[in-house]
Design a protein around this ligand. Structure first.
Ligand SMILES: C=C1C[C@]23C[C@@]1(O)CC[C@H]2[C@@]12CC[C@H](O)[C@@](C)(C(=O)O1)[C@H]2[C@@H]3C(=O)O
Ligand SMILES: O=C(O)CCC(=O)C(=O)O
Ligand SMILES: [Fe+2]
Length: 331
């Protein structure tokens, strides 16, 4: 039984979550990076410049690790509401439902948001969930380092670990999130519409690696402002450029705006690893991305300063605006 649909949905109350936007365009042009391709580093840079997003295949993370954690997550989400509520309110970490962040954003979603460095030992999650999460996060953390090194090489930045050292640091500020978008039969029956599962936003960190079950829902916003639906692929990862990487490349890469329009007839499960730097790290353009005489577009800030400011914003806000040199500082 899915608890989010109990008691019967108050359709008036949730009317704001009905997706009213135009249907997203076809996904034909979403870049696909094959990690085993010798030219992957140049393709990955092009994908980050043009989309801030790509699909990653041949990544060598065993698909069994993904399906095991997906199954364990579903077991958690099928617990009674009172059991799930014991997994701490999201402040910001823990179990949350319908509220995203603490500034009023709502979504047709329930989730577990965990520190990924190290993973916490919540007693409400079964040992089998935690061991599946630990195995998965270990593999995805390693992969995120490889992806970021590929990007660094593609940008011709040395040393190769100039960015990966930040997300691999023992104090790296990394999160892991499992999102569950339950089906919503009432909405399907009454209006045939889908629901806003996770409103539009960019991810604040350096890089995010997402894997989902076989349900649609993820959409990305192309540079021309067109929303594109991303077809699910249970064997692949989808990689997002985050705000911090936008700054580190002085705007050459743009963090991708994305959202989830949940299919009201089919549940979606997504698992996302967010690679962030240590809180004390100064975030600024890497010297080797700046051409001669080129200045940083951003005021210098620490990750702690950015994160603190970001977590006071609403999902759809343009968080980097306050840190652009052309804008007034809030510090
Ligand atoms: C509304 C919010 C939720 C969020 C913190 C914020 O104030 C703005 C950024 C949001 C986001 C998006 C990516 C990740 O899912 C997340 C964990 C993050 O680091 O930034 C969420 C935050 C959250 O859910 O608390
Ligand atoms: O659930 C998804 O597919 C995307 C969720 C997302 O963008 C996030 O958790 O930051
Ligand atoms: Fe996101």
């Amino acid at each position: 039984m899915v608890v989010l649909s109990q008691p019967a949905l108050d359709l008036e109350k949730y009317s704001l979550l009905r997706s009213t936007g135009k249907p997203a365009a076809s996904a034909a042009d979403i870049p696909e990076i094959d990690l085993s391709d010798p030219n992957a580093k140049s393709h990955v840079v092009k994908a980050c410049e043009e989309f801030g997003f790509f699909k990653l295949v041949n990544h060598r993370v065993p698909v069994e690790l993904m399906t095991k954690l997906e199954d364990e997550s579903l077991c958690f989400f099928k617990l009674s509401q009172s059991e799930k509520d014991k997994a701490r309110p999201p402040d910001p970490l823990g179990y949350g439902s319908k509220n995203i962040g603490s500034n009023g954003d709502k979504g047709w979603i329930e989730y577990l948001l965990l520190n990924a460095n190290p993973l916490p030992l919540f007693s409400q999650q079964s040992d089998s969930f935690l061991s599946a999460a630990a195995e998965y996060v270990t593999a995805v953390k390693k992969l995120s380092g490889e992806v970021v090194e590929l990007i660094t090489e593609g940008l011709k930045i040395e040393p190769k670990n100039a960015i990966s050292r930040l997300i691999n640091d023992e104090k790296a500020d990394c999160y892991f999130r499992v999102n569950h978008y339950p089906p919503c039969p009432e909405m399907q029956a009454v209006s045939g519409r889908n629901m806003i599962g996770f409103g539009e936003h960019t991810d604040p960190q350096i890089i995010s690696l997402l894997r989902s079950n076989n349900s649609t829902g993820l959409q990305i916003c192309r540079r021309d402002g067109v929303w594109v639906s991303v077809p699910p692929d249970t064997t692949a990862f989808f990689v997002n450029v985050g705000d911090a990487l936008q700054v580190m490349t002085n705007g050459r890469f743009k963090s991708v705006k994305h959202k989830v329009v949940a299919d009201s007839s089919k549940e979606r499960v997504s698992m996302i690893y967010f690679g962030g730097p240590p809180l004390s790290e100064k975030i600024r353009p890497l010297s080797q991305v700046l051409a001669e005489g080129e200045e940083s577009l951003y005021k210098e800030f620490t990750w702690w300063e950015y994160k603190t400011a970001a977590f006071k914003t609403r999902l759809a806000d343009y968080r980097l605006g306050a840190f652009e040199k052309s804008q007034k500082s809030t510090f």
